[in-house]
Design a protein around this ligand. Structure first.
Ligand SMILES: Nc1ncnc2c1ncn2[C@@H]1O[C@H](COP(=O)(O)OP(=O)(O)OP(=O)(O)O)[C@@H](O)[C@H]1O
Ligand SMILES: [Mg+2]
Length: 499
């Protein structure tokens, strides 16, 4: 039998006495794309951080091509041909592709590192080898996001690599960009790389991966050939039982014959938002669809006052508002849960509780005294409601897994009880159970009379939630559809691409 490229054996890891990985076995073959799956907080990133030398295991052994290795730090990982592509882009938009790729190698090249000729030549060589059509001299900021991802990969592969780890690489990619990435992954596979692929998107796993390993609560649950396992079984392994809920649309009752809670009139902002008009009614969930770059995020940023408006009016309950900053927006009753929550939404050094109650401090404070009991109650309530995996509400937020951090941002804004809630990709990075829970929470809020706007690139989710869908293209609203008029996901996909 062929020797695996990587074997991790009996890997255990605890933090402060709490076991996060419990004797996990994991192995990847040469030329294989291996999915690593599991719910938020299952231990995926921790296992990969052990492989890349960010953490060291308490117990266990690592073998590469049959030889035992010791990985104590990131340099050891590099020496063992292990590279990781992180979900957050690490590129500098104002530099060229070549400069970005060679940026981190200062130690290896001498002072004239960005000394261009050599670095451009090397980049060209690398890109040709990878069969990617990018000009090394192109400024990264001018490239589409899909090509950023390719540049990230080229950067990871610019050092000799045998094992490549991707942590949710498609989270910010469109369908088309994802296709480009997938054909690229297939090329790497053919070249014999061992690829570890982390994602919460089931359809992708079945499309691109050969085998799948599932972790649950820090334990290895299953490793299967993708062709020999079905979606239901995968979900069952992740969840630990059958899923009792799925994304299912329910027609909801609300009136459009009343004053809209939010009305946007002729809004323009920069080049990305042009003459946008729409109304949002009490109890309504309005979905916003569109390709990456269609102006969806920019539209809500302009409404919320974080980007300047060139023209247009925002009315709340029929009253014209003068929103020039996020503070103005919050005062007017708006909330925006941003796309990039880890940067914009959380104080990572603070505890779970502090983050959740931050926007509502005035409501849990009497004079100068914090009503701690009430604050704890609220924080614990959200931890339970959104199933946030944390030891307790006092844990430092940065120690939570990626998906659980996202849930805290959501909790934080929900606690503030806004009149109009705008959510930008609310379930990116959260696991399948949490996704359905978030869908439920959003519905409950709408049922209680709130007006909700949801931007989402995940069509099943958008279809499950929306009462109405608007489609954006090049900064304009090009289509408006009643949910009941949309018969299938393909139909919506078509509306987005062919508008
Ligand atoms: N440095 C740390 N100190 C304490 N706890 C930690 C630390 N790093 C991770 N954890 C805990 O380990 C558990 C596993 O986290 P990990 O990031 O590996 O999850 P994950 O499977 O990657 O989840 P996600 O899908 O949400 O990214 C979580 O409960 C997390 O809070
Ligand atoms: Mg993770």
């Amino acid at each position: 039998m062929e020797q695996p490229m990587l074997v991790m054996k009996n890997i255990s890891k605890s933090f402060n006495g709490i076991t996060v990985l419990n004797s996990v076995d994991f192995s990847v073959k040469k030329g294989e794309v291996h999915a690593l799956m599991g719910g938020n907080g299952a231990g995926k990133s921790t296992l990969m951080k052990i492989l890349t030398g960010v953490y060291t295991a308490d117990e266990g052994d690592i073998f590469i091509e049959g030889k035992q290795v010791s990985i104590q730090n990131p340099d050891d990982a590099r020496e063992n041909y292990i590279s990781m592509i992180f979900q957050e882009f690490s590129l500098i938009p104002t530099l060229t592709v070549a400069q970005n790729i060679f940026l981190t190698r200062e130690s290896k090249t001498s002072a004239g590192l960005l000394n261009d000729k050599e670095c451009i030549a090397k980049t060209r060589e690398l890109l040709t080898e990878l069969e990617v059509d990018i000009d090394p001299n192109e400024i990264v900021g001018n490239l589409g996001v899909g090509y950023w991802q390719m540049t990230e990969i080229a950067k990871a592969l610019s050092q000799e690599t045998k094992i490549l780890i991707m942590d949710e690489p498609t989270a910010s990619l469109t369908k088309k960009e994802t296709e480009i990435l997938f054909s690229f992954i297939n090329q790497l596979k053919a070249k014999g790389y061992a690829i570890i692929y982390i994602s919460h998107r089931m359809d992708e796993i079945f499309e691109i991966c050969d085998r799948i390993t599932i972790l649950r609560d820090g334990k290895h649950v299953a490793t299967e050939n993708c062709k020999q396992i079905d979606l239901e079984t995968v979900v069952q392994h992740i969840v630990g039982s059958g899923m009792d809920k799925a994304f299912e649309w329910k027609e909801r009752a609300y009136s459009m014959d009343v004053t809209p809670v939010l009305e946007v009139k002729q809004l323009s902002s920069g080049t990305k938002v042009q003459d946008v008009n729409f109304q949002l009614f009490p109890g309504e969930i309005l979905g916003v669809a569109g390709l990456m770059g269609s102006g969806r995020t920019e539209m809500v940023r302009a409404i919320f006052g974080v980007d300047p408006k060139d023209s247009g009016d925002i009315l709340i309950n029929g009253q014209k508002q003068n929103i020039k900053s996020a503070t103005d927006a919050v005062e007017a009753g708006l909330a925006l849960i941003p796309e990039d929550r880890r940067v914009q939404g959380l104080v990572l050094e603070h505890s779970v509780k502090e983050n959740i109650i931050l926007p509502i401090l005035s409501k849990v404070t009497k004079g100068l005294l914090l009503n701690d009991k009430k604050a704890n109650e609220i924080a614990n309530g959200f931890v339970e409601k959104l199933n946030i995996k944390t030891d307790d509400i006092f844990k430092t937020t940065k120690l939570l897994s990626g998906g659980n951090q996202q849930k805290i941002v959501l909790a934080k804004w929900l606690a503030n009880d806004p009149t109009v809630l705008m959510l930008d990709e609310p379930t990116a990075g959260v696991d399948i159970v949490a996704k359905t829970e978030i869908v439920d929470v959003i519905r409950e809020l709408a049922d209680s009379g709130k007006a909700i706007l949801v931007i989402s690139s995940e069509l099943p989710e958008l279809l499950a939630l929306s009462d109405r869908v608007i489609v954006m293209h090049e900064g304009k609203i090009v289509k408006e559809l009643k949910r009941r008029e949309i018969n299938s996901e393909e139909e919506l996909q078509h509306a987005i691409q062919g508008y």
